[in-house]
Design a protein around this ligand. Structure first.
Ligand code: ATP
Ligand code: MG
Length: 416
């Protein structure tokens, strides 16, 4: 894409009403537009990031048997009354609305009820199970505070998968599969080293649930990390009894702030029984379906990548989620001619390039934009680089650039 055609512009000033680094950088870079606290529109660059994150999650969910669908955002009161979650005293972050005829509706803040209510129409026998439907969806939560930028939205985007199994044993197999898939997802978006499987409270049907927590001072959660064992315990469940059970000793645990980027939960019959979501086993006996729920905040994950990996110059996108792999900068007339050629070649080869072809923008401003926008590779074509024998290539995370001859540029950047 040509930067001259990208209608968004970067800005130098930090938005005064944002305290979270992720939102500050994403707004300055023109990735998102702040509609109000906790509500952000995705601009072209930001949209590309969410699409990359979604593609990774989708691939991993499909690989373990996930079936993608799409549930509605508007939901009837009756569905939520079945589990006693319509009441504002029970759920305090509802957004509700009313039809012209007075019928009350809710904007989904989560999705267990919606799934049980759908799936019960299609499941009657053990032969119909297990089942792993999921969707990507806009979720609405009237959060009291929304000071963490994209990490705590009032309107946000997530992936949620719900598992429907015959019994705990069948459920447990999938639970371990998806736990591994989650670890792969966080590694693939570049957060593998900072993200810990964290034991949290589990509810009625299992002792523990598992959160995926990314270490960050900007996190709202407190966890206790065993680096050596690669696991952590949430402060809420940090008791002597829990530590003993997990074979952890206080001396090996370090207290850290962290961001919950995902969580997985065994639900048992909590959401199936109220909907009479049952199946007949091989002896014809009726049993409740055993459920689990598995969420990942897509927009929170985007905010977490920015929060965790950026430096003092701007964002540092891992290649897997970067809007473009290469930021191509044309400086001066000869540089522009050479860059046009490189842009054509790279684009034809399917390499994603943001081409800073803007006239009348200083070299300094172009370099500052490249640092702020954070594409993994910066390629500069200028009189100076051409005189030195080619293009000046620099990884966003590297200190120094190196000269790569133009006829080797494609190979050199295709193989990174
Ligand atoms: P938290 O404890 O941070 O409020 P939660 O436990 O209520 O989150 P879930 O209901 O389990 O979150 O939602 C699943 C996932 O959705 C979370 O792991 C997180 O990644 C994401 N998420 C939850 N709330 C928000 C929010 N307000 N903004 C963005 N993402 C969110
Ligand atoms: Mg939580």
């Amino acid at each position: 894409m040509r930067q001259s055609q990208l209608f968004t512009k970067t800005r130098k000033e930090t938005p005064a009403d944002e305290t979270a680094k992720n939102a500050q950088l994403l707004i300055r870079g023109g990735f998102v537009h702040k509609e109000m606290a906790g509500v952000y529109s995705m601009l072209p660059l930001g949209y590309r990031v969410t699409e990359k994150i979604i593609a990774i999650i989708k691939q991993e969910m499909d690989a373990i048997g996930g079936i993608q669908m799409k549930t509605s955002a508007l939901q009837t009161k009756e569905v939520w009354e079945k589990t006693n979650r319509w009441d504002d005293d029970v759920v305090d972050n509802w957004f509700k609305t009313t039809l012209k005829n007075g019928t009350e509706l809710g904007l989904s803040f989560t999705n267990e009820e919606a799934y049980s209510n759908i799936v019960k129409n299609f499941v009657s026998s053990y032969k119909d199970l297990p089942l792993y439907p999921y969707d990507f969806k806009t979720i609405f939560r009237n959060e009291i505070r929304s000071k963490s930028g994209l990490m705590r939205g009032r309107e946000f985007y997530w992936k949620a998968l719900y598992s429907f199994s015959t019994d705990e044993a069948q459920h447990n197999v999938f639970y371990e599969n998806i736990k591994a898939a989650y670890s792969r997802i966080f590694a693939r978006v570049g957060l593998g080293a900072q993200t810990y499987v964290t034991f949290a409270s589990g509810g009625t049907f299992s002792k523990y649930s598992h959160e995926f927590q990314t270490i960050s001072d900007a996190g709202e959660d407190t966890i206790y990390v065993s680096k050596e064992k690669g696991i952590a315990v949430n402060q809420e469940v940090y008791t002597d009894e829990v530590l003993a059970e997990l074979g952890l000793d206080k001396s090996e645990l370090v207290e850290q702030k962290a961001i919950e980027v995902g969580n997985i939960f065994s639900l048992g019959s909590k959401f199936s029984a109220p909907f009479e979501l049952t199946y007949k086993n091989s002896e014809g006996i009726e049993n409740p379906v055993y459920m689990g729920s598995y969420g990942i905040g897509v927009t929170r994950l985007m905010g977490t990548v920015v929060e965790t990996l950026s430096d003092d110059k701007g964002i540092v996108w891992p290649e897997s989620v970067a809007p473009f792999k290469v930021h191509l900068l044309a400086l001066g007339d000869a540089g522009k001619v050479a860059a046009e050629e490189i842009y054509r070649t790279f684009t034809a080869q399917g390499i994603e390039v943001l081409f800073d072809d803007r006239d009348g923008v200083t070299a300094g401003a172009k370099f500052a934009d490249a640092d702020l926008l954070g594409m993994p590779w910066r390629v500069v074509l200028s009189d100076r680089s051409l005189a030195a024998g080619g293009a000046e290539v620099k990884a966003r995370t590297a200190e120094n650039a190196e000269i790569v001859p133009l006829d080797q540029l494609l190979t050199s950047l295709s193989t990174t």
